[in-house]
Design a protein around this ligand. Structure first.
Ligand SMILES: Nc1nc2c(ncn2[C@@H]2O[C@H](COP(=O)(O)OP(=O)(O)OP(=O)(O)O)[C@@H](O)[C@H]2O)c(=O)[nH]1
Ligand SMILES: [Mg+2]
Length: 617
């Protein structure tokens, strides 16, 4: 048996033609029948007088459902391209043809439908025009049948031609391993899970044990149907429904595969890839793609090197000779397609690839604390970057290697652990020595540890990422550290940044405080000052110093004033705080800068919360 597939632009009459040829309406969903539009794949059986049969897969023409079309396209051997005579070749006519050239189509027939809608005198010209438009496509040499499902004209001729085409297809290899991409999963009361699909090759029989990928389990086929009729077995080219009670419906979906139990899913393949000429410019050395293999749609990457590698985010069962199509992630432009050539390097990676891991680990160990980028490591181990990446991923997972960000690089875990221990020890000592300080800067640590500062920053970032140290306001600290001023230090600031209830918004001069700090001789007072500024206990506005509590109060007054009056002038703000213009102007500008207020002419308004620039601290 063989599979005929429809293709063509939305509304051109594909489903009507299938119904006219088979008596079955392929639009099986109520919604499809109500909307008069195919949304998902439909199936019908084409029966000939001599007993020959074929399965028809009917696809949606609307571009929004192209992913459904793709799920059914892999099984098509005879393409029935449908073009409405009154509309001609349209975008999806060509897009479907582009897709199908990468798949398994071996014969193409064109049905020029709705021929009843154009006058007899114009029909010849319409055929010629379409023939010209199909040049350079897989339908360039196809016979064109002008048909109508309304008048029935030429339907018998078309059907007979399909018979010829089917009969001329080479027979399938009955001994090939079974391979059936699943396109539907459902349950029937009392029977359990049913899966349907096009059996692309091999044979499945009742009682057989078949594998299910990517689940990786095997099940027994309890019963089997071909177009609603129970059979003992089915062979390649058949639409099949299998009752597999051993699996729950929710474990399966379109894209899963029933196959010979010896087959398994994998996520990396070496492929032959042919780009569409117009997509050539969209390809990069590593191009993220949406890959369509069998009935599956999976995100992945095409990597072009000495050979082309298709890496998938989720494993898919495929093997050499299986075709695929690739689209861009967004917009979902068709990029091209091709064929699986071999199973890639994953097999090698799954096995103890001790040597490769050893080579990469040794290169890193030799580099010590010096980060190495992927390219350099691949070079050192004499492997392709994608292979090196997979090995590194495994090494990172096992904790043998640390991954750094910006730019991405790798460091030997042992060297990193030594660095981390030293850095933590430095921080502990610093906190003990100066409990009032925020911690150490990257420059402090770089000097203490004898490592260049840019490298220290990247290594510390990895420690912060791991939650082993904290970074606040440019200082690094242990996660437990809370700066604590001495009584003497606190007393100093109580005195020199006083709070006067009679003039609550009058600040002090920053320079005065700085001069007092210099003169005071109190141990650690400068660092303590930094801590208060970093934590917002003291706030520098222009050349004066406020207490954080004063700023907080001013903020509250601004919010409630503008909430009442809608806006606020500088004079109003000054009076609101009972301060002078000298202090009011910079303070309000400070609130503007924090995204709390916004200037509009002579007035300030509140900035709506979602307009505020991200708080920077
Ligand atoms: N006059 C005329 N109308 C037709 C003919 N074939 C189909 N139609 C009408 O064209 C419209 C679309 O037909 P469908 O068969 O649903 O088209 P389709 O290609 O399956 O559409 P999608 O699956 O949504 O892409 C329907 O209203 C049909 O009745 C025909 O030969 N002549
Ligand atoms: Mg349809």
């Amino acid at each position: 048996m063989h599979i005929i597939g429809t293709a063509g632009h939305v509304d051109h009459g594909k489903s009507s033609l299938v119904q006219a040829l088979t008596g079955t309406n392929p639009d099986r969903w109520l919604e499809e029948q109500e909307r008069g539009m195919t949304l998902d794949l439909g199936f019908a059986r084409l029966h000939f007088d001599d007993g020959m049969e074929a399965g028809i897969v009917d696809v949606p023409g609307h571009e929004r459902f192209l992913h459904n079309m793709l799920a059914g396209a892999a099984g098509m051997e005879v393409l029935l391209l449908v073009i409405a005579a009154d509309d001609g070749v349209m975008p999806q006519t060509l897009e479907h043809l582009q897709i199908l050239r990468y798949l398994n189509v071996q014969r193409v027939v064109v049905a020029l439908t709705k021929i009843d809608l154009i006058p007899l005198a114009e029909q010849g010209a319409a055929c010629q025009r379409i023939h010209a438009q199909l040049a350079e496509t897989i339908a360039s040499d196809a016979f064109i049948f002008a048909v109508s499902t309304v008048t029935g004209v030429n339907l018998d001729l078309l059907k007979e031609f399909l018979h010829q085409q089917l009969a001329s297809l080479p027979p399938r290899d009955p001994d090939a391993p079974a391979y059936m991409p699943i396109d539907r999963v459902f349950t029937l009361p009392g029977r359990g899970t049913i899966v349907t699909g096009t059996l692309m090759q091999g044979r499945v029989a009742v009682g057989d044990t078949v594998g299910i990928a990517p689940l990786g389990t095997s099940v027994r086929v309890r019963s089997l149907q071909v177009f609603g009729e129970a059979r003992d077995a089915a062979t390649g080219g058949t639409r099949v429904a299998l009752n597999i009670p051993g699996v729950e419906r929710h474990q399966l979906a379109r894209g899963a595969v029933i196959a010979d139990p010896s087959f398994s899913a994998r996520s990396q393949f070496t492929v032959r890839f042919e780009a569409l000429p117009e997509a050539q410019s969209l390809l990069r050395r590593r191009t993220p793609v949406r890959a369509y293999i069998g009935s599956a749609e999976v995100l992945g990457t095409l990597a072009f090197g000495e050979s082309v590698t298709l890496s998938l985010r989720e494993p898919v069962l495929a093997f050499p000779g299986v075709h695929f199509v690739a689209r861009r992630l967004s917009p979902k432009t068709l990029l091209g397609g091709g064929e699986i050539v071999s199973l890639g390097h994953e097999a090698a990676l799954a096995q103890p690839d001790v040597e490769l891991r050893g080579a990469i680990a040794a290169a890193l160990a030799q580099a010590g604390l010096e980060p190495r980028e992927l390219g350099a490591l691949a070079f050192a181990a004499n492997v392709r970057e994608d292979v090196a990446r997979a090995v590194l991923r495994a090494l990172v997972e096992r904790g043998a290697v640390i991954e750094l960000a910006r730019p991405g690089a790798y460091v030997d875990a042992e060297a990193f652990a030594t660095f981390a221990a030293h850095a933590l020890a430095e921080l502990e000592t610093a906190h003990e020595r100066e409990p009032w300080a925020m911690g150490l800067t990257s420059l402090n640590l770089a000097r203490a540890l004898g490592v260049l500062e840019p490298l220290v920053v990247r290594l510390l970032a990895a420690l912060v990422e791991e939650g082993r140290i904290a970074q606040r306001h440019g200082y690094y600290a242990t996660t437990a550290h809370q700066p604590k001023l001495t009584a003497e230090q606190r007393g100093f600031f109580e005195t020199h940044v006083p709070f006067d209830a009679a003039a609550p918004f009058v600040p002090v001069s920053f320079d005065d405080v700085a001069a007092h700090i210099k003169a005071s001789g109190i141990a650690g007072i400068g660092r303590a000052f930094d801590t208060l500024l970093a934590r917002g206990v003291l706030v520098k506005v222009s050349d004066v110093l406020y207490r954080g509590a004063q700023i907080e109060q001013a903020h509250q007054r601004i919010e409630s004033f503008i909430a009442h009056h809608g806006k606020m002038s500088m004079a109003e703000f000054r009076d609101l705080l009972g301060t002078s213009r000298k202090y009011a102007v910079p303070l309000l500008e400070w609130f503007d800068g924090r995204g709390i207020t916004v200037r509009s002419g002579d007035y300030r308004m509140l900035r709506r919360r979602n307009d505020r620039p991200e708080a920077t601290s």
